[in-house]
Design a binder for this molecule. Sequence first.
Ligand code: HXC
Length: 257
Amino acid sequence: TEYETILVRQEGRVGWITINRPDALNALNTQVMWDILSAAEAFDADEGVGCIVVTGSERAFAAGADIKEMEAKSGLEMLMGDHFGGWPRFAAVRTPVVAAVSGYALGGGCELAMMCDIILAADTAKFGQPEINLGVMPGMGGSQRLVRAIGYYKAAELILTGRLIDATEAERAGLVSRVVPADELLAEAGRVAETIASKSLPALYATKAALDAAMETPLAEGLRFERHVFAALFDTADQTEGMAAFREKREPRFEHR
Ligand code: HXC
């Protein structure tokens, strides 16, 4: 499939989505949203894909939702149109998603990164929720996911002031798992994604679902969910293979079922 605003390719078991609106610093208009969703759902439906990487350009992962597209809209239009309807579906893909962030990840860009499971940052990355400077506030999950990611007080400071943080501060805060030199970002993201994609697909799906539960449910409910998805994995061929490979001191050959 050809997309207007993103580049898509598959390398082995890794699906790559590169946001490609260079003249708008990859601002996320509705077309980008539907393109990303469509590509992610196609990878998600493909058993040959075990991990998805979302990335942007050197200069910008994404500088936010598209301000020019939103500017003239009314509250009702923002709420009732399909303006952000694709993002919850993107966050719900079963396949693990790695965000490889170089340059700006602001507003909706930071929020998109937080819809992913792992955030890797180039040393050039800048994160922030500057919506307050536009007379609005985060609208794609920032006021909720950033609090859960880095804690109330740090998140509140960033969202209320609009201050941007660099990759080092983002890593210290726990938003970013690792910072790498900019020219190594894509190679490193590829290595992380290949590592993930080499695991058993049913185990990856179950694990992502349990990680999502950790963000969303009270502890007792999350633990109950974990107990059941963990048990369900014992009915997969890959559990049999994985544990046999351990016993036989060899690498497992997962069949993703
Ligand atoms: C639309 C954008 C954009 C955006 C940049 N551009 N960000 N267009 N929406 N979010 C466009 C600029 O208008 C410009 O196009 C081109 O990209 C290059 O940007 P410059 O500003 O010239 O680059 P620079 O001077 O290097 O500054 C980079 C920047 C700045 C600091 C990132 O662009 C900026 O502050 N952008 C907005 C960041 C922001 O507020 N994000 C939050 C958006 S609200 P032209 O054609 O003019 O040259 C949001 C809400 C999400 O995300 C939730 C839903 C409500």
